[in-house]
Ligand binder design. Sequence first.
Ligand SMILES: Cc1ncc(COP(=O)(O)O)c(C=O)c1O
Length: 405
Amino acid sequence: MIDVSRIRNDFPMIRNNPDLIYFDNGATSFKPQCVIDAVMDFYTVHTSNVHRGDYAIAAQNDRLYDEARKSVAKLIGAEAKEIVFTHNITASINQAVYGLRNLVKAGDTILVSEAEHASNLLPWFRLAKEKDLKIEYIPLDAEANMTVEGFRSAMHEGVKIVAAAQVTNVLGSVQPVREITEIAHSYGAVVFCDGAQAVPHMKVDVKELGVDLYGFSAHKMCGPSGVGVLYGRYDLLQQMDPVFMGGDMNARFHKDTTVLLKEAPVKFEAGTPNIEGIIGTGRAAEYLMEIGLDNIHAYEKELRAYFMEKLSQLDNIEIYNPDNVYGPIDFNAKGLFAQDAAGYLASRNIAVRSGNHCAKILHNVIGTDQTIRASLYFYNTKEECDRFVEAAKDITLENAVGIFF
Ligand SMILES: Cc1ncc(COP(=O)(O)O)c(C=O)c1O
């Protein structure tokens, strides 16, 4: 199990902000000292480019970069050669979409859901426009959960690509990815899975899920900003074209414009990468594995259940995902704009996110496009939940307006 007080010591942000209750972990996470050290050491002890230098420090960075790829691969049950480093999951999805564009033709269908983050919709929308494809939606229940039967009913021969989150970013719905992938594959469709809200919180095994492509961002899993990951089945990665062309990813090119690319994953990593961020991401992956993803998952589930139980007793609070057992708690203070209520919580030193959380068509499912999202991580505590609930009790129109005057 998790020793939360020991874990909290690993995070300078917690030490430096002892009164802050940070429940905005769905947006980004705090970084442990070991990740900060890995990044700082690159700047202060062993700065160089990678894959370009013939001296000792450059070789050291080549090794650290390659080890980071191995650590990230281990985190999600993949092989190192199946891991592409990008700038964030948004870049990973845009790369996936670009790489799949030659596998579709006019009239084909891309199947998505209304609970997806903008990053897992807009790149597909653009591909659909460019290639004259259809976008269709997987049916969801009131808490934005997919069911295997609902998915089966949406599948048909014309579907060539399925794109869905493993855990949705607003309601924390855990989707039956393994089952839907099996169905999608029986129709010959390719599956992209958005793991941005899954990898930081639970053991993910991409081979067990069976997905073809999978993405996530380092900054939500204790790693630095500016690093994303795209996992791909190797034979599929080999077929895909890179979005970016440039240095390091080419083996040779000639005056007659012929270009020979390197093999995946290197062919997707044009130009100087975010070296220190990638080294830090490798350290973050190791840190999460040292604590244990199953331990993290069990602790967060228990903490969320505790928080839900207390918050749901408040008459002034309406919760949109009371039956989900995982992920953020999404709610409103009755009669108040989400942003005003979040402003009141901020006045009590509580950080949450308010608004539509980049899932701008989810309102079709839950009936509102303005909510407050409280998202926990494994360094949060029951005491913080108690303080949160005490503050939430006081969210009234008078109090919320009062903080502005
Ligand atoms: C499910 C999901 N997908 C994609 C993203 C986009 O992440 P990034 O901004 O790191 O690219 C987020 C960010 O909140 C997310 O929660």
